[in-house]
Design a protein around this ligand. Sequence first.
Ligand code: GDP
Ligand code: MG
Length: 596
Amino acid sequence: MMEKTIRNFCIIAHINHGKSTLADRLLEMTGSVSQMEMREQFLDSNPIERERGITIKLAPVRMKYQLATFNLIDTPGHVDFSYEVSRSLAACEGAILVVDAVSGIQAQTLANFSLAQRQGLVIIPVINKIDLEIAQPDKVSDQLVNVLGFRKEEIIFISAKIGKNIEQVLKAILERIPPPSGEVDKPLKALVFNATYDLYKGVLVWLRLIDGKITQQFIKDKLKIKFLGTGAVSSILEIGYFLPKMLPASTISAGEVGYLATGLKDISLCRVGDTVTFLRENKVESLPGYQEAKPMVFAGLFPIEGDSFLLLKDSLEKLKLSDAALSFTPEISQGMGKGFRCGFLGLLHAEIVQERLEREFNVNLVMTPPTVEYQIEKKNGQLVKILKAADFPDPAQIDKVYEPYVVAAIFTPIDFLGPVISLCKEKRATLVNQEYFGNQVKLTFRMPLAEMVIDFYDQIKNLSSGFASLDWVEEGFKQVEAVRIDILLNGQRVDAFSQIIPRPNVQIVSRNLVEKLKNLIPRQLFEVIIQATLGGKIIARERIAPFRKDVTAKLYGGDRTRRMKLLEKQKKGKKRMKQIGKIAIPQKVFTEVFKK
Ligand code: GDP
Ligand code: MG
């Protein structure tokens, strides 16, 4: 028999439309969080994600409403985590779509709406912020009817901020979202929609049970579970629910959302999207949609102080325990010393890892510009995969080069259509489809991932005043005429600045690169010559004149403490520098140089 009183749902919205505020109200109204614990935006628990306003880890929470149990499953809000978004939607039967009563349907509203629709979820349309004087609830409700095809009667008007009509939302969850449809008496089948690491309990998998149950008796009998995708096997140390703190329980059954402590030390064995069953079951089939963790973007991480290599190694290992998508292998770079080549889901993921290493582990880092994987057919028939420009073979050895492509969906208000299309064309993108939803447009492009990983997302956001949204899926490899250009500083190659580019762009990119480096690298006590080369030939050159940087020169005699302070400051500044031969390069040069 199946529990008919369960409702599994998520809240989807464009950024700032009130998703977190509504979640807070639902928790409050159902008495799920005590007043003491209640702080705004309860679900966004990681400090970095709170600051950035994105949700990386999907905190679920169990609530009681009347006689029913509600499980609210949070979804990450960024394209780097789109696979995780789709898996967290797969754990639900319904979604609350929150739309701001002032700004109406926005890019991310549409993107989320289509994801939820594709997943077959029941969608409850909610118009938020009706307390505002400038709210236009009628206009926005017409949009929901005309653009997304809702019926007028379905729409709920609320103010999450002042707690108006929240009861109607709770009622709608109960009445409109169907209970889960699995069977308790069937063999165990559960979807892994997230995994985290606990020092004592090992990997905790966050499960949506589809069929079957896990009970205390099974734990006593020492029954093992297996992960159908990765093949991993583990014991069950503990099971329980999210309230939203983890609370051990004696049983979790079909339709429910809970956690399972595995004792495993390696989180990459417990992939999001995988299917869990008992080891003894041999007829249970995998749930659809499972994907391997696949790094798409690669960058070198180097400690600023040469002796922190071991600290960096140790920190990456610790971080990997809670981040299955992170991969790394040691790398030695000419000029940068010992570090790691890391694989990430996307740019944001790379930035988050860098930030966590610096904040939580106190490692000072340089991150080299992100790159993609190139596949090369050499003239001798050998096939090689290249993850950093420095490894790119000599042009004479290359037969063919292939680069990864993506299909990108960009939702934008019509006002920004022109600039968005021109930007995409600049990035070697081809428009394959264009669809209109009211005053929003969905553009579908096919483009090289390499063009996207630099700062495409930021550029799209900038030229649309933050209104456009971007989503992409990989789409295999395609041939490209590509070469490697190198940068020499006073004759020494700095491999972090090497770049793989399409051949027609060689002149312009080389020119830009040396000019940018000239502007970014501070003057030194000696002359610095910057050269761009292709297969040993110089294609562009710049010069930085010498300059004596004595910060105390301006201070005449007198104030000794002030002079000491300045010298101290200069010394600290030096620490944020990377030494290439005799040349001191600020960390930011490595990240700024490839931006537009
Ligand atoms: P999220 O990005 O969708 O999670 O949005 P938040 O819940 O963080 O809300 C974004 C901003 O809108 C915050 O400053 C909230 O205080 C505000 N906000 C949310 N709901 C309401 C509402 O009903 N009325 C008003 N006036 N402001 C709201
Ligand atoms: Mg939020």
